[in-house]
Unconditional design. Structure first.
Ligand SMILES: Nc1ncnc2c1ncn2[C@@H]1O[C@H](COS(=O)(=O)NC(=O)[C@@H](N)CS)[C@@H](O)[C@H]1O
Length: 482
């Protein structure tokens, strides 16, 4: 077992250590750069995370679909901005067996081209709209910046991409707001803090009219883009000639949005909630929510009583839908088991030995605060249910409190640069709204622009752009980014 890392001091090494030590993901052995293997325990977490986003999308009228992985070159090239933006990242298949292919096939970097092409056959009338599809698939991008497990992959194995079609611009704008709300509920359920920004014109999704992004802050203070919502306007529907008949019998191209999440969501659950002992999992995505550790008894009789006592607790918890596991291993000590299940982030641990059977008690330990207490047997179930709810809330509040301490405001670029240099995080400064000033700010602070709040914030009123001195129209957020 690689020796422990400190979450707070050496986050990147801690992250690599915990992915392997907790059995989440094997990044170091697979012989293709930017690609790793989901291990059994990690895959169970991934399944619970994808179940959650599926529920939120299904409840808001989306239908899950599945498109081919390969996109022929002529489709990839139809939307000029799109291919320009992805040209440097697309993997191409050029042979089938010993045959050279006459048409190069792209491994999908995202699926707007494939989906809009198929919609040109399917969608003819406004009566069929809105059409709201999503898929959770692998996408491939030949990332040239440093690849990192779950954070910057070349095969993005948990890519949830939603694609919607609408009869008019207003409907597509409403869909953008719905997508933002779905992502808020998703990240809130996982206790992941975020700032929502409209990306600047020079950093929007290739082919979009505009991009709205969710950014969080990782333990090393750098910002990470964890979700994006794009209004695509009619850029793709014009390129693919997807026209509908409107109520007044005229024809028009459809209006589209797309919004995506990836393995990064799981990276932030691990990174933001983790501590020096390892994972701390939100109960909603914990494969094991309660682990029971029997304390060995001396006699056969006592062992039998402990087992019966535990079996009755487990049965009652399972009846309540709690995911419970009893660690009956006989070759390791209770202490080792405590370490092992803390490393795997199990939210609640019950310790049960002969003394507990005699006193009709159970020792209950919570993973987030590491507090332990002895609870009477007849209160165990209600105590566990309360804890699972309280742990989720406590983790979310703690993460938001930490996040807010990393978000600053400043009217001086010099101060902003120093803040980002010394503490990292996100610094918000007044901005006139002009691109050259935004880009100049990136240079002067040696950071990247995340974008602006969706509405101009009150506090910039009367402030001036620190580059050109013009009155600020809104604010600009700067951060060291992944
Ligand atoms: N190389 C990568 N590794 C891991 N996650 C990534 C990678 N590239 C992008 N992502 C994540 O995937 C999300 C969606 O990607 S995106 O390019 O912004 N948007 C799209 O592809 C649109 N078609 C919406 S699905 C991003 O917000 C980011 O969180």
């Amino acid at each position: 077992m690689a020796e422990r890392r400190r979450w707070s001091e050496e986050f990147p090494r801690w992250f690599d250590w915990v992915l392997e030590a907790a059995g989440i993901y094997d990044w170091s052995h697979y012989p293709v750069k930017g690609m790793g293997v989901w291990l059994p325990y990690g895959f169970k977490i991934r399944r619970l995370v994808t179940d959650l986003i599926r529920r939120l999308l299904d409840e808001t009228g989306h239908d899950e679909v599945l498109f081919p992985l390969l996109i022929p070159e002529h489709l990839m090239r139809k939307e000029a901005e799109h291919i320009k933006g992805f040209e440097a990242e697309v993997y191409w298949v050029t042979r089938g067996g010993i045959q050279e292919l006459d048409v190069k096939l792209a491994l999908r970097p995202t699926s707007e081209t494939a989906i809009t092409y198929m919609e040109s056959f399917w969608i003819k009338s406004y009566k069929q709209l809105p059409a709201k599809y999503y898929q959770i698939v692998s996408i491939f991008r030949y990332e040239t910046k440093a690849t990192r497990p779950l954070i910057r992959l070349r095969e993005v194995t948990t890519f949830k991409e939603a694609h919607t079609a609408h009869a008019n611009f207003d409907d597509s704008e409403r869909q953008v707001l719905e997508a933002i709300d779905v992502y808020k509920r998703f990240f809130d359920a996982l206790g992941i803090p975020y700032l929502i920004s409209r990306r600047p014109e020079w950093d929007k999704f290739a082919g979009a009219v505009y991009t709205i992004a969710f950014d969080t802050i990782m333990p090393d203070g750098r910002a990470l883009q964890i979700g994006t919502v794009h209004n695509l306007g009619q850029n793709f529907s014009k390129a693919f000639d997807v026209k509908i008949q409107l109520p007044d019998e005229t024809l028009d191209y459809i209006w589209q949005t797309s919004y995506g999440l990836s393995d990064r969501v799981i990276a932030t659950i691990i990174a933001i909630h983790g501590d020096d002992r390892g994972l701390v999992l939100p109960p909603i995505v914990a494969p094991i929510q309660v682990v029971v550790v029997p304390i060995p008894a001396k006699s056969e009789e006592e062992t039998r009583k402990v087992r019966e006592y535990i079996d009755s607790i487990v049965e009652e918890l399972r009846e309540k839908g709690v995911r419970v596991y009893v660690d009956w291993r006989s070759d390791v000590t209770p202490g080792y088991k405590f370490y092992d299940w803390e490393l795997r982030g199990v939210p609640v641990r019950l310790e049960v030995g002969p003394r507990d059977v005699k006193n009709r008690t159970v020792v209950v330990a919570r993973r987030d605060t590491l507090e332990k207490k002895t609870v009477p047997r007849d209160q165990v179930i209600s105590e566990v249910l309360h804890l699972l709810d309280d742990i989720g809330r406590n983790m979310r509040e703690k993460a938001w409190k930490w996040f807010r301490s990393y978000v600053h405001r400043s009217e001086s670029l010099d101060e902003a640069r120093k803040l980002l240099e010394e503490k990292r995080g996100i610094v918000e400064v007044p901005w006139c709204g002009r691109e050259e000033c935004g880009k100049r700010m990136e240079e002067l602070t040696d950071a990247k622009v995340l974008g602006s709040p969706l509405q101009p914030p009150e506090w910039v009123r009367g402030a001036s752009c620190p580059v050109c001195g013009r009155p600020a129209a809104t604010s600009l957020r700067l951060a060291k980014r992944y």
